[in-house]
Design a protein around this ligand. Structure first.
Ligand code: GRF
Length: 195
């Protein structure tokens, strides 16, 4: 089968992208990252992509902090299409995705969130979980829609909250689970199990 072409959008260090690269390298995932785009020029995810010889682009948004202007997002769509992207993988992308991207890739944009949605949508979900005093949290891979972390859930993994956890230790434990389930979900698209 032809390898699934993925486009990755991220704003941070890119550990989930790294896990995806690892899964490809050891044969668990039959996908090809064809482009990595970031709204943060110095983001680690771009260094990872460059190191892996993958095309990179910096998204320049002068006006907004939490979303892209329609014209800038249309430019992102153009780049993804030019690279023949089939699945858009958000990996720590810190902006809301709007209509230009959603319309261009219907049910083809996925995200990973560090909580068991619908619990704790939004920023620093691990800190929200800690402050709420729950005994378990986790991570969720979901389709992206126009809401904030509201799209249909594809997969989840539970993670315990331990006595004495700090925000950092809890996030680190959640990330271990993220690095396991995100490549697994992308693999389900790659094998065409998910349409
Ligand atoms: C992850 O915790 C993910 O759930 C959230 O942003 C973080 C990205 O981390 N959406 P990384 O850049 O993949 O390390």
């Amino acid at each position: 089968m032809r390898r699934l072409k993925i486009g990755v959008l991220g704003s941070g260090k890119g550990s989930n992208f790294c896990a995806i690269l690892g899964a490809i390298a050891d044969g668990r995932l039959d996908a090809e990252p064809v482009i990595v785009m970031s709204d943060v020029a110095g983001a680690g995810i771009l260094d990872l992509a460059r190191g892996a010889g993958i095309a990179c682009e910096v998204i320049r948004e002068p006006k907004f902090r939490t979303k892209l202007s329609p014209t800038v997002e249309a430019g992102v769509v153009e780049s993804l299409r030019a690279a023949w992207v089939e699945l858009v993988v958000l990996a720590g992308y810190m902006r809301m995705v709007k209509q230009p991207l959603l319309d261009a890739f219907p049910r083809r944009v996925i995200n990973i969130h560090p909580a068991l949605l619908p619990e704790f949508p939004g920023l620093e979900a691990w800190r929200q979980a800690l402050e709420a005093g729950v005994t378990k949290t986790g991570c969720t891979v979901h389709f992206v829609d126009a809401g904030m972390d509201t799209g249909e859930v594809i997969a989840q993994a539970e993670v315990p909250v331990l006595a004495g956890d700090s925000a950092e230790s809890l996030h680190a434990r959640i990330q271990v689970a993220e690095h396991r389930i995100y490549p697994e979900v992308v693999a389900r698209f790659a094998s065409r199990e998910l349409p």
